[in-house]
Design a protein around this ligand. Structure first.
Ligand SMILES: Cc1cc2nc3c(=O)[nH]c(=O)nc-3n(C[C@H](O)[C@H](O)[C@H](O)COP(=O)(O)OP(=O)(O)OC[C@H]3O[C@@H](n4cnc5c(N)ncnc54)[C@H](O)[C@@H]3O)c2cc1C
Length: 293
């Protein structure tokens, strides 16, 4: 199938892109890497009248660290996340997660901004943003908004972006002493969308968590920051406590059923991931004894 006829404009600046979006409202769509937009258009799931190509805007590129904040431009490609020494040094969770996003051909074109704006609940990068407590920076015709990642994702393919706004960059806090991360996903094949996944960021001090952000993906309509993890902060972790928190996680999640997995299987896998994550972050194999979930 081919896309419906559409007009095409290559934006010359962020201001020009915003002007075009403002003039055409929800009849226009932003084009970044095109790896989700073009398939959706070819399948005629969407038929925008105008495509605003932002791919040449140097203002939206770049990875920089200043004052313990890592800023990543919206047009940063998945392959750049994988290869950047700055990302590896300051947000290794992203380096690891990016390797699970699709396949090399898609990672060479797909962008961070595109992935976040697309908001597929099975995507790796939105969950990483929630785990890393990112701020998502969005510019509209009048002003710039800063939205906490946990509030940005609203549902399946739904975000806090308006049709006349552009996602510009994300900012992540870095340089926190004692940080650790964990990433794992269950997928049928490497590169497929996850059946159930977990991106986690923690701060550890003397064998205790002082912060623990567990962001599950593919188990709800958006990335889920687990409330059950709060009970693991600041206390010694025992197998009984972990079982209790794992049960609480099961109650908290509301996974969808599809051709890949039942809701019960997704919930079970999320509990397995939580146990493995805590075990790995604390270096406590005793917590995973018997693989109970
Ligand atoms: C076969 C295949 C397998 C894939 N597997 C995975 C996977 O396992 N995990 C995964 O996470 N993704 C996967 N993807 C999707 C891929 O990661 C896309 O690159 C990503 O979802 C969208 O990025 P993009 O730059 O290509 O965005 P585009 O396709 O250009 O845009 C996607 C959407 O975001 C909007 N948009 C883009 N940029 C902006 C911006 N800066 N501001 C406002 N709106 C914007 C567009 O208007 C559009 O609605 C897969 C894609 C394919 C084709």
């Amino acid at each position: 199938m081919k896309a419906s006829a559409f007009s095409y404009a290559r934006a010359t600046s962020v201001a020009n892109a915003l002007e075009l979006l403002g003039a055409h409202g929800d009849r226009a769509k932003v084009l970044s890497g095109g790896q989700s937009l073009m398939p959706a258009m070819n399948l005629r799931l969407i038929s925008p009248e105008l495509i605003v190509d932002i791919g040449e805007l140097a203002e939206l590129r770049g990875i920089a660290v200043s004052d313990d904040i890592l800023r990543i431009g919206a047009l940063t490609r998945h392959v750049d996340l994988q290869r950047s020494p700055q990302i590896a040094a300051h947000a290794p969770l992203l380096t690891e997660a990016a390797a699970h996003v699709a396949h090399p051909a898609i990672r060479n074109r797909g962008t961070l901004g595109g992935s976040l704006a697309h908001a597929d609940p099975a995507s790796e990068l939105p969950a990483c943003m929630v785990a890393l407590n990112a701020t998502i920076i969005v510019r509209g015709p009048r002003d710039e908004r800063r939205i906490a990642a946990v509030d940005f994702f609203k549902g399946i393919y739904e975000t806090g972006l308006s049709p006349d706004e552009l996602l510009i960059a994300v900012e992540l806090p870095v340089g926190r002493k004692g940080s650790g991360h964990f990433f794992h996903e269950f997928a049928r094949r490497h590169g497929d969308y996850a059946i159930s996944g977990l991106a986690a960021q923690a701060i550890l001090d003397g064998g205790l968590f002082t912060d623990l952000r567990l962001a599950f993906f593919a188990v709800g309509d958006r990335p889920v920051l687990a409330r059950a993890a709060h009970g693991l902060i600041g206390v010694p972790i025992t197998p009984a406590l972990l079982s209790d928190r794992s049960a609480a996680l099961g109650e908290e999640l509301d996974p969808q059923e599809d051709q890949q997995a039942s809701a019960a299987m997704r919930r079970h896998l999320a509990k397995v991931l939580m146990r493995r994550c805590v075990t790995a972050l604390l270096g406590r194999p005793d917590l995973d004894a018997g693989g109970r979930s």
